[in-house]
Structures are given as structure tokens and as C-alpha cells.
Ligand binder design. Structure first.
Ligand SMILES: Nc1ncnc2c1ncn2[C@@H]1O[C@H](COP(=O)(O)OP(=O)(O)OP(=O)(O)O)[C@@H](O)[C@H]1O
Ligand SMILES: [Mg+2]
Length: 280
């Protein structure tokens, strides 16, 4: 009888079992978003950035946003604050989120006010230390605020006053969060001025546009004038789900196809993230 037992060398994992832990990531590591037109990997480093994602219904916004959330979930140095009016897109990440808000305007406002208070504290720390931005050794954890379907909170649910308060809070968090280690990613189908005030929209340094019906919709996401220079999300075929144009601060829009995490991959990833976060 041979003493070689392949099960000892390649132990079979039970389906659904938590995979062997890898070392945790840091939010300061670049997040993988997808592949560009030449097949080159596209990464985005999230700290000191805010990202606005737009495009037609079903074009790939939540999937794109999911890549950033998945990356952040595996990073033990960032707290996730997830706001999702539709509930289902970000719910899988709720077990590893510091805060998860579904279609609940009062809770959304409470969570944003806490974040604003945290911002004040961070700026006080910076002022006391004569510095301009929070860095990893400062003792403040990074925070990632994700709002899926911004329009839901700015025009659909709640009273006019609550919607206005929501807009003002998000504006402040986006404006001051950058240097304070608070990252915001927001998505919405069409970030026109009635949904995202121009003064808020202009604060997002990174823009990701999925398929749009018109050049003007594409320009609203990417910035005025890009369509006339040939960079328009109208060119994306309706069946090209997950294909979008990413514009980084000051750069040209770059075409890419996002990675698409399937539900079971997300569940497995969240189990690993929960393990890593507990261990940390
Ligand atoms: N990169 C991708 N690769 C393959 N399929 C994708 C990709 N991105 C999106 N899809 C497909 O498109 C569907 C819709 O994507 P997603 O939910 O991200 O759209 P959305 O823009 O958020 O839509 P909505 O405005 O309705 O929220 C996904 O369920 C998936 O099947
Ligand atoms: Mg969506």
C-alpha cells in the first residue's frame, strides 16, 4: 500500500468553507478595477480620492463600485460606511461594515452627521500638528463612504429638508474628507444638477461613466467638453455591460471593462474579510 495520500497534500476544502487566510490588504494599496482596451490592469488608489460613478440603468455602476468595496473590505485599516437605498447591492458587505444604511433617511442623516463630527476632529488634529493631511501613522483609521444611488436620498425619499440636509452633509464630507482620510464613492444614473448639485459634482476628482443615452449625460459625468473631443459614453454598445470611461484628476478618459464579482465570490470574500478584520 502506498503511503502517499493526495488528500494530505491537497486537502479538499468543503464547498463554502472559509478559504485559508491571506494577509490583509491596506487601503493605501491600489484597488483593482478592471482591464483597459489593451488588456492592461487598471488600478485606483483610493485614499485622497473621491469617485463619482454614473450611467444608464443596468450599465454597470454597482458592479464597478463593488470592486472598490470588495478591496476595502479586505483592508483592515479602513472602516466601511455603506448607504444603499436599494439595500441589495451593498448588503452582502454589511457583515464587515461599520455602518450599513438601507432605505432609511433618518439613519442616513445620523451616520453622515457622525462622519462630519469625525471630520471636525481630524481637522483639529491636523491644525494642532501644523499639517495638511492625515497620513497612516496619525492614529485615525481611513473611512470609506459609499452611496449607491445618490438620487434616492437627494430627490426620492424623505422630506425636502431632509434631502437638502443629505446633500449638504455629503458635500461637506466630499469637500473636506479628501485630506482627512475619508474617501467617498457615489453612484447615480444621471448626476444632473437637480440630483447632484454642480457644487458637489465638481468636487469628485475621479469620474467613471458607463453607457449614456446622450453626449450631454456623458459630459455631466466626465466633465464638460469631453464628448466634443470624442470621449463619450454614448459610444459604448448597450450590450457592453461593465464597459466605461474612467477619468482620473486632470487626465483623459480611459476606456475599461470592470471586473465582475459574482455573488458567491462576494460571499466568500466577505467571509475572508470578516476573519481578517477579527484577527486584526
Ligand atoms: N463588468 C461586467 N462584466 C459582466 N457583466 C456585468 C459587468 N458589469 C455589469 N454587468 C452586468 O450588468 C448587470 C447590471 O449591472 P449593475 O447592477 O452594476 O448596473 P447599474 O448601473 O448599477 O444599474 P442601476 O442603475 O439599475 O442600479 C449586472 O448584474 C451584471 O449582470
Ligand atoms: Mg446599481
Amino acid at each position: 500500500m502506498s503511503s502517499f495520500d493526495p488528500r494530505q497534500v491537497f486537502p479538499r476544502r468543503k464547498p463554502g468553507a472559509t478559504p485559508a487566510p491571506l494577509s490583509a490588504l491596506s487601503i493605501y494599496n491600489p484597488a483593482y478595477l478592471g482591464l483597459d482596451a489593451r488588456g492592461k490592469r487598471v488600478h485606483v488608489t483610493l485614499p485622497y480620492r473621491n469617485i463619482l460613478i454614473g450611467g444608464e440603468p443596468g450599465a454597470g455602476k454597482s458592479v464597478a463600485q463593488g470592486n472598490f468595496v470588495a478591496h476595502a473590505a479586505l483592508c483592515t485599516d479602513v472602516d466601511l460606511i455603506l448607504i444603499d437605498g436599494k439595500i441589495v447591492e451593498l448588503l452582502p458587505y454589511a457583515p464587515v461594515a461599520k455602518e450599513f444604511v438601507g432605505n432609511n433617511m433618518p439613519k442616513a442623516l445620523r451616520v453622515l452627521k457622525d462622519l462630519q463630527a469625525d471630520l471636525d476632529e481630524r481637522y483639529l488634529h491636523l491644525a494642532r500638528n501644523g499639517r495638511k493631511k492625515i497620513v497612516p501613522g496619525d492614529g485615525f483609521r481611513a473611512k470609506l463612504l459609499v452611496v449607491d444611488e445618490l438620487a434616492y436620498f437627494t430627490v426620492t425619499v424623505g422630506t425636502k429638508e431632509q434631502q437638502e440636509e443629505f446633500r449638504v452633509l455629503v458635500r461637506d464630507i466630499v469637500a473636506r474628507g479628501r485630506a482627512a482620510g475619508i474617501i467617498t464613492i457615489a453612484s447615480t444614473q444621471r448626476p444632473s444638477a437637480d440630483i447632484v448639485p454642480t457644487s458637489l459634482r465638481d468636487l469628485f476628482g475621479y469620474r467613471l461613466a458607463f453607457r449614456c443615452a446622450t453626449d450631454s449625460s456623458s459630459d455631466i459625468i466626465l466633465g464638460t467638453g469631453w464628448a466634443s473631443q470624442g470621449h463619450t459614453a454614448v459610444d459604448i454598445a448597450p450590450e457592453a455591460l461593465g464597459v466605461g470611461l474612467l477619468r482620473a484628476e486632470g487626465g483623459f478618459p480611459r476606456r475599461l471593462k470592470t471586473a465582475h464579482l459574482k455573488d458567491d465570490e462576494i460571499n466568500q470574500l466577505v467571509r475572508r474579510a470578516a476573519y481578517l478584520r477579527r484577527a486584526a
